[in-house]
Design a protein around this ligand. Structure first.
Ligand SMILES: [Zn+2]
Ligand SMILES: [Zn+2]
Length: 170
């Protein structure tokens, strides 16, 4: 029995990853990960910092996602490529402005903080509250987010109850 355990331990030790584990980043090219190999992080408020040759100070866009950052990032990317989605966010609107002027841009993605979305224990959505707080605190001159986003309703509360109802009816 001891031999089996020690063999098992040895196997586990040998499998300890030398590269980034797939549960924090699933980018095929790890060096191209938008978030330093942490793109699979969930339930976060993130910042997109956009700079151009003529604007080294840059502009900021604050967003949130309940799912993985990677999924939201992919949607943003699509909105920069496909004109159909050009108006989907204030960020994509700005990127298309730059593209129309043939300006090269660079986007730096960072996580501001993580927060929990609505659940029936807390009965509030810290994810939405925290995003609003950061938009409020942000520098008005460089922030792309519109004040009107401050009054947008939380999507996570409805989603929470929809998901639970589905579970009950199954
Ligand atoms: Zn990644
Ligand atoms: Zn919410």
């Amino acid at each position: 029995m001891e031999t089996i355990i020690s063999k098992h331990n040895k196997k586990v030790t040998n499998e300890s990853p030398t590269t980034t584990p797939d549960n924090t980043c699933n980018c095929r090219k790890k060096e191209e990960c938008p978030l330093n190999n942490n793109c699979l992080t969930t339930s976060v408020i993130y910042n997109a910092h956009v700079t151009t040759n003529e604007d080294a100070t840059g502009k900021d866009y604050i967003g949130l996602t309940e799912g993985t950052f990677k999924k939201r990032f992919t949607q943003h990317k699509q909105s920069f490529r496909n004109q159909k989605y050009a108006n989907s966010t204030e960020l994509s609107k700005y990127i298309w402005e730059l593209k129309d002027k043939n300006k090269d841009y660079d986007i730096q993605w960072t996580i501001i903080t993580s927060a929990k979305a609505y659940n029936n224990i807390s009965k509030r959505c810290d994810l939405c509250l925290t995003e609003k707080l950061h938009i409020m605190k942000g520098n008005k001159d460089s922030l792309l987010n519109k004040r009107s986003e401050m009054i947008s309703k939380c999507r996570h509360e409805n989603k929470f109850y929809l998901m639970n109802n589905r579970t009950l009816s199954n």
